[in-house]
Design a protein around this ligand. Structure first.
Ligand SMILES: NC(=O)c1ccc[n+]([C@@H]2O[C@H](COP(=O)([O-])OP(=O)(O)OC[C@H]3O[C@@H](n4cnc5c(N)ncnc54)[C@H](OP(=O)(O)O)[C@@H]3O)[C@@H](O)[C@H]2O)c1
Length: 253
């Protein structure tokens, strides 16, 4: 991780869960991390905590609703003027809403599309533009996919559809970068069950269901994913992890 010290990472969805753990890990390794989410107060708390513990880097909290294109563009403009530009983009923010194909609301389909597909696509485009403008050829785009981006489990087909899109996005991005002779790397990480707010938000009408799911096996923790992201970033520049499937050992499907 030595070569990333002092360089700039954007982590979307940094308020809680995998994004929060990742922002912490990158700051502890000396990176300047722009962490965004709607609940910016939680990121401010994390930033203060990191500062108090003498972390090597710094966390810069930004409020951004990733369903709003103008807010994403404004965030990238601010990153450029304040920090020069993004070197590493972690497209982490994502959500699942209960919305069966035959009865789900169009609004819920749209929210999942906006946050899980369009936001990472736009963040990727703007991040790569900032890298290329500054001649950064070792940048990295890492996107949180899911095992649901490879196979359908349960009945949440629309969420799965958005994650299948991330599988296609990562490979498509890789090909476009290779066509440009760029060495910027593209990775997606496809976890199974991770104990975060994810299932609690999904089952907000029946939170016990979420707790039962997390209690049913020994789940992955957000820190496990942050450690994986450090591993992916720390690989030598000629090594590109493209997709990492990672499930709790006890998870069956
Ligand atoms: N947990 C799992 O079992 C699991 C499994 C496979 C894949 N994943 C993927 O891993 C990623 C992280 O999930 P997690 O488990 O850490 O979930 P989480 O604990 O629910 O956190 C989700 C994050 O996304 C942010 N977010 C949601 N909507 C947003 C919006 N409109 N604008 C900005 N930020 C938004 C949230 O911030 P605010 O609410 O503050 O805006 C929050 O920081 C997601 O892409 C998810 O699909 C999770």
């Amino acid at each position: 991780m030595q070569r990333w010290k002092g360089r700039v990472a954007l982590v979307t969805g940094a308020s809680v869960g995998i994004g929060n753990a990742t922002a912490r890990a990158l700051v502890q390794h000396g990176m300047k991390v722009v962490g965004c989410a709607r609940d910016v107060d939680k990121i401010r708390e994390t930033a203060a905590e990191l500062q108090q513990t003498g972390a090597a880097g710094q966390l810069y909290p930004v409020q951004c609703d990733l369903t709003v294109e103008a807010e994403i563009r404004a965030m990238f403009d601010d990153i450029q003027s304040q920090h020069g530009g993004v070197d590493v983009c972690i497209n982490n923010a994502g959500l699942a809403i209960k919305a069966p194909l035959l009865s789900g609301s169009f609004e819920d389909f749209r929210t999942m599309t906006d946050v899980n597909i369009l936001a990472p696509t736009l963040c990727t485009q703007l991040a790569v533009q900032q890298m290329r403008k500054r001649g950064v050829d070792d940048g990295h785009i890492i996107t949180l996919n899911s095992m649901s981006g490879h196979r359908l489990v349960g009945s949440n087909a629309f969420y799965s559809m958005t994650k299948f899109a991330i599988t296609a996005m990562t490979e498509g991005l890789r090909r476009e970068l290779r066509e440009m002779k760029s060495h910027i790397r593209a990775t997606c990480i496809s976890p199974g069950l991770v104990e975060t707010e994810f299932a609690i938000r999904l089952h907000k009408d029946d939170v016990q269901k979420a707790h039962a799911a997390y209690a049913s096996i020994e789940c992955l923790q957000a820190k496990d994913l942050a450690d994986m992201i450090l591993y992916v970033l720390g690989a030598p520049p000629h090594v590109e992890f493209n997709d990492i499937w990672v499930r709790p050992t006890e998870q069956v499907f």
